[in-house]
Write a protein that binds this ligand. Structure first.
Ligand code: PEP
Ligand code: MN
Length: 360
């Protein structure tokens, strides 16, 4: 999958001068609602009109989508507005119907990517199609599952591929509905550098007031596009009401977003960048040296604890360190979220070190 420029031909062929934009409601609710939103998005930079018709809901009893009937509404969208259309497919039957109704782009939802059985079933049903297929990351932060889903499609002969980053569910308290774990998306880009990667700020944030910020972060990280849920009356939406924006807001968001270039040829810029990068490299080396030093001290504590037969984990001490470091970090402009995850990792490494010593 590396060095496969063919994977992004579909996107390059569009010759866009802005990131790819997919917009439309979370769910198709009525024919009137779908057509109204589509007409409002028609003369904007939106490239694909989205609407979910089979809705995977966490608990039964919620609105589960209008089903196959919605495909006819999407056909009408195309006929009336000329917009290309897309919807989510979750099994071979959905794929068959979507292909029969000439939906232009299909995406696979986060709850499907988690299941290799479902992914294989969908891949077999799509075998050899030239439709564009985008794979959302799985609900859980498992890069291999995400990559594996894409590989199954590729091996089934689906070559117009892409991925959607929609965040990951977590038990931890967070301001996001699904935490972005940006480092995972970056690792994804490293593994499949030519695969178009689209960001879905709607499902990451769960809140319309955070959509702009997350979209800008995605563009700063060289994402190829955005999928943003859009509804004429967001508060009345039958699903995901809190995260949908109006077509007018979407247009404003797209206007305000800064589109970054991947690089710039100017020599002075590149000199300055290289100078700053050598500073970063230097600091990174110092960080590694300091961490090694800290682990050496942890080892010495491990030896002491072993002599007195004391447990590795000292909850009270750990709590005190964390509280102190959060305050310290804040005073230096470092977020609590960052301090917590960094110190959790450092603490885990110390525990591993001391554990080894106690067992020796
Ligand atoms: C959606 O796009 O409406 C959807 C259900 O998304 P996800 O699979 O990311 O939850
Ligand atoms: Mn949704």
């Amino acid at each position: 999958m590396e060095n496969k420029k063919e994977l992004r031909t579909w996107l390059d062929d569009m010759k866009l001068d802005h990131p790819l934009v997919i917009a439309g409601p979370c769910s198709a609710e009525t024919e009137e609602q779908v057509l109204k939103i589509a007409h409002q998005l028609k003369d904007t930079d939106v490239n694909y009109f989205r609407a979910g018709i089979w809705k995977p809901r966490t608990r039964p009893g919620n609105f589960e989508g209008v089903g196959a009937l919605g495909l006819k509404w999407l056909q009408k969208v195309k006929a009336e507005t000329g917009m290309k259309t897309c919807t989510e497919v979750a099994n071979a039957y959905h794929v068959k119907l979507a292909l029969e109704h000439d939906i232009d782009l299909l995406w696979i939802g986060a709850r499907s990517t988690v299941s290799p059985f479902i992914m294989q079933e969908i891949a077999d049903a799509l075998c050899g199609t030239d439709k564009i297929v985008l794979v959302k990351n799985p609900v859980n932060p498992d890069l291999a599952l995400w990559l594996g889903g894409i590989e199954r499609l590729y091996e089934a002969g689906v070559k117009n591929l892409g991925a959607i980053h929609r965040g990951f569910s977590t038990y931890e308290k967070s301001k996001y509905r699904n935490i972005p774990e940006w480092q995972l998306a970056i690792e994804f880009q490293n593994r499949f550098p030519d695969l178009p990667l689209i960001n879905d700020p709607s499902h990451i944030t769960g809140r319309r007031d955070m959509i702009f910020d997350v979209s800008q972060t995605a563009l700063d990280l060289n994402f190829d596009g955005l999928m943003i849920e859009t509804h004429t009356y967001p508060d009345n939406a039958w699903s995901d009401a809190a995260q949908q924006v109006t077509p007018a807001t979407l247009v404003q968001i797209m206007k305000d977003l800064q589109i970054r270039k991947e690089s710039h040829p100017e020599a002075a810029y590149n000199n300055e960048l290289n100078k700053l990068r050598s500073q970063i490299d230097l600091v990174d080396n110092q960080i590694i040296d300091l961490l090694a030093k800290r682990m050496k001290v942890a080892d010495d504590i491990g030896v002491l604890k072993k002599q007195k037969n004391v447990a590795v984990l000292q909850r009270k001490r750990w709590k005190e360190i964390l509280e102190k470091m959060i305050v310290e970090g804040k005073s230096k402009g470092l977020s609590e979220e960052f301090i917590l995850s960094m110190f959790k990792a450092i603490h885990q490494e110390s525990i591993n070190h001391q554990g080894k010593i106690l067992k020796s």
